[in-house]
Ligand binder design. Sequence first.
Ligand SMILES: [Zn+2]
Ligand SMILES: [Zn+2]
Length: 330
Amino acid sequence: MKNLIIGFALMWPLAACSTASQKIAPSAIQNATSANSIVSVIENKDWLHGSATCETDKADPIDVLKLDNQTFILRQNKCTTFEAPFLYLLIGSDKALLFDTGAISDASVSPVASAVEDLLQQYSPNQNSPGQTLPLVVLHSHGHNDHTAGDNQFSSTGTVTIISSDIAQAGNQLGFTEGFRETNLLSLGERKLTIIPTPGHHKDAISLYDEKYKLLLTGDTLYPGLIYVKNWEAYRHSIKLLFNFSEKNEVNAVLGAHIEMSNTPFTIYPVGSTFQPNEASVVLKKNDIDMLHKALQTNPKARRVEFEKFIVQPMSWLQRTISNIATLFF
Ligand SMILES: [Zn+2]
Ligand SMILES: [Zn+2]
């Protein structure tokens, strides 16, 4: 999330304590066998959360949570990137979708593409063609580097389509001839998704709703951490859209792209932390959308708003300027 904002200040310390290249061990994959327990499984998952001694960290570079054989949550190890973003792999009957590619372009540090490929190969919808994988669509919550850096690990060939993080281009690629509306249906076959444009943190930010498990994936628009907002008015409107959507559609969990809060209410880890031993759950709920929406509507002024599980803060002029400059390079 904060790559573009604080990256300059921190001199891009990404991968400062990278683990050695390695395949994702099967032991990293945990099973959630009951669909009804999906949310509690996510809530109770003890994610890899970095190490006090990353130099000697031997943990897998990517933590993988299997919810069923068509639904996976991946998290990059904090010892490979302090951002430790979450990536979501949703597999339908006709195609699969990866929501974000993470903070690391170097596959030898964080092999996102091969991990996703392995998971796709384990799912064979066609019993007559075992090993034949579904086409993969790569979509981004927004264009910040910690969500797109892994793109270059995916060859944009016949089976992988990388959707631009520029929302206008994305609309064209996805066949939305009139551009994005407030809600936009995306079909993976029998599995239906809804894209909701949610600018504010980033001008081209989107959220993604999975009808199957009623999961709302919100990227850096809403997650348990310090959420910087570049355009406050746009953000207020986006949260209003999410509120309206969640009033009409069941939302079992709101899942963002980072964890930066401790499990002690109102407590955030220092920026750049590579070890978060008591971090909060990644799961937020509809109630969190409701509280945020109410706060933003009650007082429209751009200001820091603190909740137990997350903090929303407008970017300063300096932060916006740095962000604008950084945009030129990514
Ligand atoms: Zn991010
Ligand atoms: Zn971001």
